[in-house]
Structures are given as structure tokens and as C-alpha cells.
Design a binder for this molecule. Sequence first.
Ligand code: PEP
Ligand code: MG
Length: 977
Amino acid sequence: MLALSINDIKVGVELADKNAVIHALAHWLEEDGHVASGYQAGMMAREAKAATYLGQGIAIPHGTQACRHLIQNTGIKVLHLPQGVEWGDGEKAYLVLGIAARSDEHLDLLKQLAKTLSQDNLQKRVMAITEPEQVLALLQDPAEPKEVGLPLVHIATELDAETLLQLTDHALELVSCSTQEQAQLRQAAPIHIGQGWWLSQTNACHGPSQAALVTANVHSPLLMQTPAVRGVLVLFVKGVGHKALLDQLLAWLAVKQGAALAALHSATALLDALEAGPAAYAQQRHSTEQIAVVRNTHGIHARPGAILVQIAKQFEAEVQVRNLEGDGQWMSAKSLMQMISLGAKRGHQLLFSASGADSEAAVSALVNGVKEGLGEALGEDLVEDVLAPEQATHEIQSQDEAQTKPITLEPNTELTGVAAAAGVAIGPVFVDVAVQFDYPQQGEDTVTEKAALAAAIEQACHDLSKAQAHSHDPQASDIIAMHQELLADPALSFGVNCRISQGQSAPAAWWSEINLAATRQANNKDALLAERAADIRDVGRRVMAILCDSPASIPPEHPYIWVAQEIGPSQLVNLDPQQVLGIVTVSGGAASHSAILAAALGIPALAGVNGAVMTIKNATHAILDGNRGCLTIAPDASIRQQAQAQQRQAKQAAARAWEERDLAAITQDKHRIDVAANLGGIKDASQVLASGGDGVGLLRTEFVFMSRRSAPDLASQTALYRPLFDALKGRPLLARTLDVGGDKPLPYWSSPKEDNPFLGVRGIRLCQQHPALLKTQIRALLMAANNRPVRIMFPMITDIAEWRWAKDRVNEIQAELNATQVELGIMIEVPAAALCAPVFAQEVDFFSIGTNDLTQYTMAVDRGNGELAYLGDGLHPSVLQLIKMTVEAAHQQGKWVGVCGELAADAQAVPILLGLGVDELSVSLARLPLVKSQIRQLSFAHCQWLAQQALVADDAAGVRRLMSQAEKGIAPDKEPG
Ligand code: PEP
Ligand code: MG
């Protein structure tokens, strides 16, 4: 039957006469692609033969047989004319249906009309219509709801939502219905049908019946509510077809299995479960999960993907796979398209999960297939890009016994990674191969498994308490407390217990849930939050080691460089800094807890290193350079001596810098620079002056807004900012207004998902959408400052109008509070702002260059993309050109310029930034004394010369070469007298 939607209906239309109505309908049909031009004449011809008035105020104009060829596809358009128009024979039409029918699709509608016409008082109802929905209701059979087919069922699982309404909205995204239909559903009060399952239903359904079934993820706070919210069934119903689905759901609730049903992680599993019913499903489900690491050089591309699919198809079991390093989506292992879309690269972990009779065999075959390379040769290729076999002098060993084969490497091979904590370490490596946990998939009985899990969690908690008692580092204590919290997480234990109830063993259930939670965390768009996946895995392994009675790998007695796939923060908390010379990890980034802790402990660290590092033989000597971000394996004597000298110098320099931290940063030729601190919270405020800082050059105010459930009010913001001003004792505090949005969403603002969040609504753009929020923040800052010096700057400024808008907001509040000591500026993070710096410079008090973002936007390199880190170097001449333009524009107007991105603390960049004329560097507290000390040893004239050379270098590598030569005191050829 032809479905009529409200988009095909217009009410309250006023037209002069029948001709005008027919003209309007023909034009509308033509506009929507139903008819070609000329159809109007056909409609007129029909009316001339016989008027199409049906009765009771309804007319149905349509074309003649002769103009059928003009119909492109069947359509009906409806006009409601409250005044009515004469339709012939003294009859007035109020409701006019313009019909273009290629064949008989519209007949049902006409039949329905005929039925409708038999109702008493119809004309009165027709005349009284004010809403399109009333027209639709009129055209429906009031006596007997007609089912138009079984509902289409859309399912999505493990969704993030904080309210029942949000979860319902997720369901609404799945169905295709009009906004009015959605609005009507939202108005209907949801019914709790038991065990956390909710039903929202509407009969306002104009197309075929539809159903959407969604579940909340097991970590959602919704599960903690009373009553809980686990799942929502949304029904747009036409008749009774939805009943079967509802009955299926109720069958699970009847046997109290609603929670287990909601815990199923894939749409397929949920649908299977509903169809099978709780009893049959429990019997047929014989689920197995295993992880395999991709070893193919180019990952799972088409060829290995096809082999994987062939293996999966040999089994009856439904096999799904998820890339734990990817977006976490489950894919069918029997679909090549889906296998390729996993985006599995070398080193990625694939989690296979199967249910069905031969699930165990299927998963084993697939895991073995992946291990064996899915038809591609493995082995040396894991290290081919870093090792040269011909010049064999040292031996390395493979982590995987299956492919162990002595491989040789060239002396002085350098593996590069992300410099995660500064410093140089020299010593033998300890390659910490992750313990393989051995455990059965199926549990003995639910009670035994649950008891084993509870005991292991308790033991893990106890071990952590012991570690906390021995730890003197406040950061370490915080991390231990966080891990204890994770162990006590009710959502985690809920998920694990559900799995145990389904027959899994305690370790299998625990590990599955840990992997799930860690994957979800790793997929968080906020890099900082994504790094927390390491904490989850760390806690997970701790409990697994107890459950499986697997001792952790034993480090050597002597000092070593610790090499591991991933080092959990709790492992770092317990380490002895005398024993651990340095840390190298395959995963992680500079923002990981491990990196932060390593830096706090003064241990050099390198992250994101090629997986080949895991194949180095234990006790091989290496040099870890946490400044340059590289690991030199098997260095020869001369390289080792150089590194030792570098180490000694660094130690002496750090001690001297600390002693002289209160001296001003004035170059040899008397050029003064301010060196301020970057702060991301209030905790370290007291350290700014104690470290010799000239104030705070960047306060990242995000800390006030993140990890909250609602925006902080004026009082709480003022209370947070005030101690900062107190600690600075009159030195300036430069606060950056809220810089969230895009990749750093705030949990309490729902914003549409963006394809390119870094190019989306972030920084000032987001504040423009929420002006009240910016105004509260500014008011809080000015009130906390209480006429002590405060500088305020706005992030992500691209266009002058944004700056003017923000400045006006501050000026309003300034006038209101009579605040005088306020300087206003902008961050230069977008090339557009740097290029237009002369315009901005006339109006701002200062610029602060955010080189982290300026580099990402100039080089078109996502700053969180480890693979492209080599391109995202702020010393690239293009970035330096933009800095130069900014400084020149500012100085011409007598304004000052700071740099607050990471480049300001980079020893190779400091002389260039000085040479470009930057007036202030703002760096982390840890680097502050060192940067000041470095400046005191520089000659400004030489820095200016170096800057000129850097500006015309070919690339960032060329600039770094120039600086390395300058560091070594190699006199550049063209240096002026
Ligand atoms: C920058 O972009 O350089 C900067 C300091 O801001 P953030 O790193 O907070 O984006
Ligand atoms: Mg920035």
C-alpha cells in the first residue's frame, strides 16, 4: 500500500478556486519528482470529464489515462483548505488529495477513503482539521488496526547514555521516522516492564511498523539507578505485528534473565537470544573467546582477510571478531568486507568470539590461522625495517616461540618512538614478555567461580594497599587509589557475574570484561582518557595473575632498561628507581600515566616503539635517549661513551639549574626572557615560584570542567581559581578560557558527533554557542583575582570577529566588577590567526603561541596520531615562519608574545624561539629551571642568527641538524663575525 507521510500533507491552505488547487497539487507532485510537466493539463482534463468530488468534503483530482506516461513514480499530495473551494455540482471540497498513480498502489488508500466516507459526521471532522496528523488518522481504519508487516527490528548494544531519555534517543536514531513521530514517542511516558527493561510505544506510525532495541553499556551509571535502565524497546506500531517481539522480550523477563539479555554485547547475539528464548539460548550458547596478535607486515588486508573468512566459513558457529586497537566494533568473521574494515594492523590484537556447537574449534582454527600469518610469510619481517641481517654481531630472540629464530642485528641500530620522559639511560634491557594466562573457558559451577573471583579481587586490593603504604609519591598513591576503585567497580563485577552465570570460568569472564572495558576506554576520543585503558588492563592482569596462579616475569637483580609491550601504572608505582634505568614501551604515548609517572620519578622513557623491540634478547645493552626519542641497541664503545658523557652533563646541568632557579633568564648579551609555568590544575601552584617561575603562562582551565556531571557554578569556580592567585603573590596568572569540544567533549553537553573534531566546534567556537558559560568563567576569574594581575586569553581564535565577541564579553563583566588589572590576548594556534596577526595585534594586549595546535594545523597532522608524529615537528620552517610573522606583528604594535606549547621546553627550540623574538616561554614545572639555565648560557645575537638559518631550512630535520651542530659547538660556515 502507498504510505502517506505528514510531509505529503499541508493544512491551513488558502487558495482562490479549484483551478488554483489543482495547479498547486500538480506543481507539488512535479517538484517532488512524481510527475513530469504537463500532468496538470491531464488533471484538468479529468475534471472536465467528471468532477472528482468524493463526498463529505473530500476530492481526489488525478490525471487522465492519456497522461499516465507523465507519471514517474506514484505519489499523493494532500491539501486541507479550511475555507473550502467549489468543486462542482455545488459541493465544497475541504480535503483534496492530488493523485499520480502509475498502477494500483493507491487503491488501498482509496478503499480506505471509501470506508472512511461511510462514517457519520465526517464532513464536520474534515472541516475541523488543523494538523497533518489528523488527516493521517482520518485515512486510517478506525475499526481495525491493520498490520503492515512485522516490525523492522533495529538493535544496538553497549551504548553510552546517562539518562533513559538519552538511551531512548539512541533508539530513535536507528529507526527512520519523522520528527513529529519521534516527538510523539518522546511524549509517551516509558513503562518499566521489569529488570531494567523499558518500553516506549506510539501508534503515531505512518510508514511500516518499526522497532528499535538498545542496551546501555555495562559501565553506564544507568545500571546503578533504581529501577535500573538496561535496555529500551521503542515501538512505532501500526497494528499487532510488534507483539511477537514484545513477547520474546517478556519471555526473558519472566525467567528473570533480563539482566543477562541486556549484557549481550552484539546485536546478532541479542537477536539470536530473543529468537531462541532464554532456555534454548542458554543451551545452544557455548561461547568461546580468544585473542590473537596480527603479525602480518601489512595487517589484515584483502588476501589474509579472505583466508580468515575461509577458515571461519568451515564452521557452523557464528564467529565475531573485534580489533582491540580499533573502534571496538564486532564484525562477522565470515564477511570479507567486515574483516577488512577491522583496520587490523601489525601488532593489533584481535578478539575472536564464537557461539554455537563448534565454537571452540572455530576460534582455535582462526587464532592459529592468524598466528601462522594467514598465508603470508612471517618471521624476519617483524624486524626487517630496523635490522640488517648481513652485519651480524648480536643476537636477538623472538617473543613468540612459534617463530623463534635467532636473528642478528647491526650494532647501533636505532629504534625511534615518542619521547615520553626526558633523560638518557644506559644499560642492559629486560624484555618483559607478558605472562600468558592459562585458564579454562567454562567454569565449574557458578558459586565456585564467583567465590574464586571475589577472593582474587580481595587479594589484589590487599596487595595494592600494601604498595600504597610503601609509596611516598602522592601521584602514585592517587593511581593506586584509582586502581582500587576500579576493582570495586560494580558495573565491572556485574558484567563478570553475568558471564559466570552463563557458564564462563572466573578468569575467562574477568578477562573478557576487562578487555571490553579497556577497548572502550582506548576508543575514547580524548587522548588523555584513552590512555586510561592501560590502567584497566593493569588492574585486569593483577587479578588474572592471582586467578591463574601465574607469577609475573622476574626482573634481573642488576639495574636495567625495562622493555615491555605496555607497562601498567601500578607496576611503575612499585618500581625501584635505582633498579629501573629507563622505560621503553610499544604502546602508549606521552600522555599515559606511565609516562607521567616516569617523568615524576626522573626516569627517561620512550613510548610507541616498533614492536620489534620485544624481540631483543634480554641483557642486550642499549641507550635510551628520552630527549630525542630513540633507543640505540647494542651501541659500540664510542657511542656508549658519548652517551655516558651526555648523562653526566645532564645531571650536572640539572643540579646547577636547580641551584640557580631564582636567577633571571637573561642571555649572555643581556636579553631578558620571562619563563613561566604551564599548569593544568591547582595542585602545583605553590611550586611555580619555588621553581623560579615568573608566573603562570598557561592555566589550562579544562580541569575545572572535566570529570564533572554538570558545569561548575560561579562559586565553585571562584573557589578553585582563588588559591592560584594567592600562591603567585602578585605574579601574573594567564588563564586560558575553556578549551573543550571536538575531541574533548564535556559529558554534560550533548554535541553532534563531528567527522573532524579538531576542525570542529572547540575552544572559542564552543563558547560562542554557550556564552553564559564563558561569562561565568570570566566572572569567576576576575572575582578570584580581586584586582591582582590576571591575563585572559581565548583558544582557537581564527577570525577577528571571534576575538571581538570574546573581548566584549570580558569588557562587560570588567565594567560590572570594576576590575582593572586585566590583560586580554589570544592564542595563536590556527595558521589563519598567525597570517592575520597584524590585524589582531592592533587590538590584543598579547599573543600566546600554542605550538601544539599550530603545528597540527600547519602540517595537517593530527597531534594524537603516533604514526605521523615524525611529521608533526614544531621546528618545521613553515611553523617557524608563522611564529616569526606573529612576533613581528606584535612588536610593531608594542605587544608581547609568549609560546606555551611543548616547543617552548624543547632544548633545540629554545634558542630559535628566542632568536625569533619571543618574549616569554611557558613550560612545565619540571623543565622550568633547565630552560632558564639554558637561556642564561645563550647569546641572543647567535640565537637570532640561528633563527634566520632555521627559517630557510628545508624541513624540520634540517633545523634539528642545524641545532645539533650548534650544540656541538661546530661553528657554522656563514655565521657573522
Ligand atoms: C597548544 O596548542 O600548544 C596549547 C598550549 O594548547 P593545548 O595543548 O592545551 O591544546
Ligand atoms: Mg591548543
